[in-house]
Design a protein around this ligand. Structure first.
Ligand code: EPZ
Length: 419
């Protein structure tokens, strides 16, 4: 067990290179199961979630070769249809193998993912969409088991633009018979990246990045090579850190268009933002101005940047209201932030944040990836020493977090946990 030890306060300055997106990489690795040959992925982040997904794919019979930020996945052998409990419980994204296995093998058995720190996270929309394509599911002994002849293309309307449901149905539809249409589909850049990869591998997907995705099924996919899209959540975390520490940071190798709403909100808070080709410079002087924001599916404000934004607003001049519309229990980490001297009160899915002059260093515990990164960010702003326990959460989603922050002048290190 390790913890992040941060000595604050500091002003971040300099350049930080953005890695490939975790939430695209994991799905492209799963999509590789549908290709009876080699898939080469580049710009793959070195994070523990990728290692876990590699274990899931190997468990299913694929071979996974890693060379730095390059992954070669070969699924030309015989695949098995079961993703076991011990792996799925470690990483929810394993549920995304359901569609690809059903499409390729006509059978899948996957442990039910269950909830986590941010919400109950049901998969009803995944199952309903795949059932409409002809799959039949049973759920018993903690597993969801699905079987189908060749899946049939259909029109599906999603109740909510769920990222996971859109991806699972989309991947299944690529190898289904006939045309599928997904209405009210999610539009996240990671989904656009998945579609770009699948089209390179021979799929026929249109309406990418719109609420209506049209897929004409094909009989087989071919080997393909793809460079992963930049991680907009990692980039957003560093942009918010630059403003919260009143620093001057340039993000390189990022896609400003994928960050438009967070950047607009940082400008509302008083930051100066210069957008360039593949880079963004973020500068801040003085304490942030208060603002209200709501989290929504893309292109709305991303729920994954809500925790870092909460840290920023905890030091604003005055009160702000933050509304979480995507995950029902994503304010769980607020008590840890209040331990650092913040004044935040939660009322249902609203958080009322009364800004304070400065946070104070304290021992805190990270409940999940984004809240963990936010608490480290709090430590960079706080007076004195902060220890963020359960560092493992953060390493699931942030590549070389200590190196990158140290490169921007932060006093941060990873140490064996004292408690
Ligand atoms: C993806 O989760 C991301 N995870 C999450 O990032 C991200 O927060 C989320 O999308 C929203 O952007 C990965 O890509 C691995 P959803 P996902 O399906 O697919 C409800 C991070 O920190 N819902 O869009 O699980 C659900 O409970 C993680 O990197 C149903 O009710 O998100 C939630 O309230 C955290 N039934 C809402 O929809 C369903 O069948 C959005 O979930 C599916 C979802």
């Amino acid at each position: 067990m390790r913890s992040y030890v941060i000595d604050g306060p500091c002003r971040l300055s300099g350049e930080v290179r953005i890695s490939g997106a975790k939430n695209s990489t994991l799905k492209l690795m799963v999509a590789a199961l549908m290709v009876p040959g080699e898939v080469v992925l580049e710009r793959v982040p070195q994070i523990t979630d990728v290692d876990l997904m590699a274990e899931v794919l190997e468990q299913l019979g694929a071979s996974v070769q890693r060379d730095g930020s390059r992954l070669v996945i070969d699924s030309s052998g015989d695949l098995c249809e079961e993703a076991p409990y011990e792996l799925v419980t470690k990483m929810r994204a394993s549920i995304q193998v359901l569609g690809p296995l059903l499409a390729r093998l006509g059978h899948a058995r996957v442990a039910m993912p269950g909830g986590d720190a941010i919400g109950s996270r049901p998969i009803d929309m995944h199952l309903r969409g795949l059932e409409r394509m002809g799959a039949r599911f049973t759920t018993e002994h903690g597993y969801v088991e699905g079987a189908s002849e060749r899946l049939q293309g259909v029109n599906t309307l999603l109740e909510f633009p769920s990222v996971g449901a859109t991806e699972n149905i989309l991947m299944a539809a690529v190898l289904a018979q006939g045309r599928s249409v997904i209405e009210n589909a999610a539009r996240e850049p990671e989904i656009q990246d998945l579609c770009a990869f699948l089209n390179k591998a021979g799929a026929h997907i249109e309406g990418v990045g719109t609420p209506t995705i049209i897929i004409d099924g094909v009989d087989e996919l071919q080997p393909a090579k793809h460079a992963i899209v930049p991680d907009r959540i990692e980039a957003g975390t560093y942009a918010i850190a630059a403003v919260a520490t009143q620093g001057d940071v340039t993000l390189v190798d990022c896609e400003p268009a994928h960050l438009e709403l967070p950047l607009m909100k940082l400008e509302d808070a008083g930051a100066q933002i210069d957008r360039g080709d593949g880079r963004v410079r973020v500068r801040m002087e003085g304490r942030p101005t208060t603002l209200d924001l709501v989290t929504l599916p893309f292109p709305g404000f991303p729920t994954d940047l809500q925790p870092p934004m909460m840290v920023l607003l905890s030091q604003a001049r005055g009160s702000s209201i933050l509304t979480e519309n995507v995950f029902e229990s994503r304010f769980l980490f607020v008590d840890e932030l209040n331990r650092m001297g913040a004044h935040i009160r939660v009322e249902g899915h609203h958080a009322v944040i009364r800004g304070v002059e400065q946070l104070s260093g304290a021992p805190v515990r990270s409940p999940d990836i984004r809240a963990g990164a936010a608490l480290v960010l709090g430590g960079l702003c706080a007076d004195g020493r902060t220890e963020v326990y359960d560092a493992g959460h953060i390493e699931r989603g942030y590549e070389r977090f200590v190196d990158k922050l140290s490169g921007l002048g932060a006093g941060v290190k990873l140490e064996p946990a004292r408690y």
